[in-house]
Write a protein that binds this ligand. Structure first.
Ligand code: SF4
Length: 312
């Protein structure tokens, strides 16, 4: 039962509801005309959100005549990512979707496990999730662009959006709040592939139920670095708040949408237009992108063949 909407579903109708929400989101924010003949690269991790997204988009691709490609990043987290990627390989084989796997080791010369050791020796100022998120986003954008993707779809759901929104507020980061996109980001630079979040209005719980019903629930491996994730506290708090006030997560999303809408101004657009990184030439909010800043901090070599090809 969905307590927020007071709706009960049987298995068959829940699957229909879940897939319909994704289809409806795509039609509303992308539009049927802008789907036909396009390539959607799905950022897949082997987790339940991106696997469910891949499953539904692969089904919709036939109806709306677009192509789906799976993109995965192997950060090099022993005992975790390898388990998830093995599972993902089985899923893409069944869906007949092409999968590209790019690794931190190949792009940056070190696995995440090795980067964390370097960071530890330097006083552990940079936490694993920061390294992981920055380098992963970097690879996904460059690779999606290289394969000619029109959209880069991610498995961000209602819970993720609410957590990031609250984190930005608690950190007092209006800039990041404004940079956060809704379902579909604007193409602010030709080197930046527009982000698409088809699970935007679906909760983590709903994705879990869908993956169980469709028998695509990934093996229960957990990232060893999750304990350092700064969002843990907010995640737990939001889940308790939702249990006591069903629908609070959706309300939070509505507040986010309204706030960003009201703050849309010349200033917001100026904040969102990226510069190009002075080192690698990739889009960046500052003169040196976050990936190059972290790479420099960790003492990792710059690889022009992989890291954006250099300033053009
Ligand atoms: Fe990366 Fe952090 Fe997620 Fe682990 S918990 S996969 S380090 S973002």
């Amino acid at each position: 039962m969905n307590k927020a909407t007071r709706t009960n579903y049987c298995k068959e109708h829940f699957i229909k509801y879940f897939e319909y929400r994704i289809e409806d989101t795509l039609l509303k924010y992308v539009g049927e005309r802008n789907l036909k003949g396009k390539i959607i690269a799905v950022a897949t991790s082997g987790g339940k959100d991106s696997t469910s997204l891949l499953q539904v988009l692969s089904k919709l691709s036939k109806k709306y005549e677009f192509d789906v490609i799976a993109l995965a990043v192997d950060e090099g987290i022993k005992g975790y990512r390898d388990v998830k990627l093995d599972f993902l390989k089985r899923i893409v084989a069944r869906l007949e979707v092409t999968l590209y796997i790019e690794s931190f080791a190949e792009w940056f010369g070190r696995t995440l496990d090795e980067m964390v050791m370097i960071s530890l020796k330097k006083g552990f100022e940079i936490k694993p999730c920061t390294l992981c998120g920055v380098f992963r986003r970097y690879i996904l954008n460059v690779k999606a662009r290289e394969i000619g993707a029109n959209y880069l779809a991610t498995g961000h759901n209602l819970d993720d959006e609410g957590q990031v929104f609250l984190m930005n507020i608690l950190r007092g980061s209006i800039k990041n709040l404004l940079r956060e996109s809704g379902v579909l980001s604007r193409r602010m630079h030709e080197k930046l592939v527009p982000r698409l979040k088809p699970l935007y209005f679906l909760s983590e719980k709903e994705t879990t139920v869908y993956s169980v019903l469709m028998q695509i629930l990934p093996p229960p491996a957990e990232c060893p670095y999750v304990v350092f994730a700064s969002r843990n506290f907010i995640r737990k708090w939001l889940n308790v708040a939702e249990m006591e006030n069903p629908g609070i997560k959706m309300k939070l999303l509505e507040v986010k949408e309204e706030l960003c809408e009201k703050l849309v101004s010349k200033t917001r657009l100026e904040i969102m237009v990226p510069k190009l990184c002075n080192v690698c030439g990739e889009p960046s909010a500052e003169h040196m992108c976050k990936a190059c800043q972290l790479r420099t901090y960790l003492g990792l070599k710059y690889n022009p063949m992989r890291n954006g090809g250099g300033r053009q």
